[in-house]
Ligand binder design. Structure first.
Ligand code: 6PG
Length: 518
């Protein structure tokens, strides 16, 4: 381990409440958030510039005489500066660095009743494995964090999971630093002033369940985030290409939408992005940003998990594929010169205003389906992994702080408060009524875009999900016939108990049916 050599500002007179390792963008802001809430934090990072940066920021922002942050030069020094039993928070990149730090803490003398909390975007199965691996050495606890750098600084949404006793020891810390919501309106109570944290309202944190559950829920949050972002991008694309609207006009449309049922952080920031000018050319920045999407993997993990547990989450999965397809830029440019589409004006039969209204409704209905898929996935995974997830609470803690925060999460909270066993969000009376009201325009928007040759994979997949879910009879009967034909895979009959399996002797001229005995 390389040990920073420049002077530290260790204050041995008073021990710290929390140890913090990893002072990247998220880590630094979480430390300042903890400090604003009255916690004294001992910090360590291998990069001395990051330690210097946090000391400087603490100096600049603190309203008390003494430093709220203590810089440490090693893991041993970090432990020596903490009140026992120790609470140590990690904000290091997911994967190997987490174990690397855990091993250093063991070498430095961490104790069996010390709590080490991983707050990175870790794969949930890694958290489960780590809890087992470090059992007896320290208590490995995890807390998934959403909200980006501003959320970390002024109030994120926190999804903790692990040992319930450890949770009782850290709960009040998490409640203090989490985003807050007005319980009546479901709207965030915000303050972006250093030193003045929000102290009233409902904190956006709740104990999710056994270790791994919190990171699973955060993973699905990110899957929904991918879908939400892609849907907004598809609406933008249709307005830009189909309606020939300028980025500024689309920004204005999003601002208008943000006043109503589509009110959300992602709509708000999309308007900001669309209004931004390129500092170099003066053109709309969005027109010079390369159309190749990046991804760090949480959307992919959600899609993989949905496939593994057999939960239909096609809008989330389409959003991941849409990012993948975007990355084939050169191939798309080449294909655009060979593959033709229709030359159709979207406003031939509907006015521009009508199409914009249709897109609004399509975005809303598609969004409902994306969330329905995310909650359905969590419900199926919970059964598979033996977790008891409280969906009303999960929706509640996503109302502020996190990236998918939206007014509409209040309705999801109510849906699960009214019926904790709701099989699917689409079956909640409020959402039934909403989709009935808006679906004609949803269909029309997708039909018009399809006829005009403008892709809207996430919106169309959401509509297919809705139409498939409400179908009492799907063509899987023919599919079962096909499977039985070439592979003798058997089928159940609608007129016999489902456990009984049948097979047709397809190769015999008279094709007799046989019942398969188990
Ligand atoms: C959040 C975000 C955060 C991060 C993702 C984005 O909830 O705060 O989801 O976790 O921005 O890593 O991931 P991609 O790079 O895959 O878009």
């Amino acid at each position: 381990m390389s040990v920073p050599t420049s002077p530290s500002s260790i204050d041995n007179a008073e021990q710290c409440d929390i140890g913090f390792i990893g002072l990247g963008v998220m880590g630094k802001n979480l430390v300042l958030n903890l400090a604003d809430n009255g916690y004294k934090v001992a910090c360590f990072d291998l990069d001395q510039t990051k330690i210097d940066a946090i000391l400087a920021q603490d100096e600049e922002e603190r309203m008390v005489d003494k430093p709220r942050v203590v810089a440490c030069r090693s893991y041993t020094e970090l432990l020596a500066n903490l009140k026992a039993p120790h609470t140590i928070i990690l904000s290091v990149p997911a994967g190997k660095p987490v174990d690397h730090v855990c091993h250093h803490l063991i070498d430095a003398g961490v104790q069996a009743d010390d709590i080490v909390v991983d707050t990175g975007n870790s794969l949930w199965t890694d958290s489960v494995a780590r809890e087992k691996k470090y059992r007896g050495k320290f208590v490995f606890f995890s807390t998934a964090v959403s909200g980006g750098e501003v959320g970390a600084r002024f109030g994120p949404s926190l999804m903790p999971s692990g040992d319930p006793y450890a949770w009782t020891r850290i709960e009040s810390i998490w409640q203090a630093i989490a985003a807050k919501v007005d319980p009546e309106t479901g709207k965030p109570i915000e303050s972006y002033e250093p030193g003045k944290p929000v102290t009233e309202g409902e904190p956006c944190t709740t104990y999710i369940g056994p270790v791994g559950a919190g990171h699973y829920v955060k993973m699905v949050h990110n899957g929904i985030e991918y879908a939400d972002m892609q849907l907004i991008c598809e609406a933008y694309h249709i307005m830009r290409v189909g309606l020939k609207m300028t980025p500024a006009e689309i920004a204005a449309t999003y601002r208008e939408w943000n006043q109503g049922i589509l009110n959300s952080y992602l709509i708000e920031i999309s308007a900001e992005v669309l209004d931004q000018h390129d500092p170099e050319s003066g053109a709309a920045l969005v027109d010079v940003i390369m159309d190749k999407a990046g991804q760090k993997g949480t959307g992919l993990w959600t899609a993989v998990s949905a496939l593994e547990v057999g939960s239909p989450a096609q809008t989330i999965t389409q959003a991941v594929f849409a990012r993948s397809l975007s990355s084939f830029k050169d191939e798309r440019v080449m294909a655009s010169q060979h593959l033709s589409g229709p030359a159709i004006n979207m406003t031939q039969s509907d006015s521009k205003e009508d199409v914009i209204k249709q897109l609004h409704d399509a975005l809303y209905c598609s969004k409902i389906c994306a969330y329905a898929q995310g909650f359905q996935l969590m419900s199926i995974a919970a059964k598979e992994h033996g977790w008891t997830l409280d969906f009303a609470e999960i929706a509640k803690i996503w109302r502020a702080g996190c990236i998918i925060r939206a007014v509409f999460l209040q309705s999801i909270t109510k849906a699960y408060e009214n019926n904790e066993h709701l099989a699917n969000l689409l079956l909640d009376p409020f959402f039934i009524e909403q989709i009935n009201h808006y679906q004609a325009n949803w269909r029309r928007a997708i039909a018009s875009a399809t006829i005009a040759g403008i892709p809207c994979p996430a919106m169309s997949s959401a509509l297919s999900y809705y139409d498939s879910y409400r179908c009492a009879v799907l063509p899987a009967n023919l599919l079962q016939g096909q499977r039985d034909f070439f592979g003798a895979h058997t089928f159940s009959r609608t007129d016999k108990p489902e456990g009984k399996k049948f097979h047709i002797e397809w190769n015999k001229p008279e094709r007799p049916q046989v019942q398969i005995k188990k």
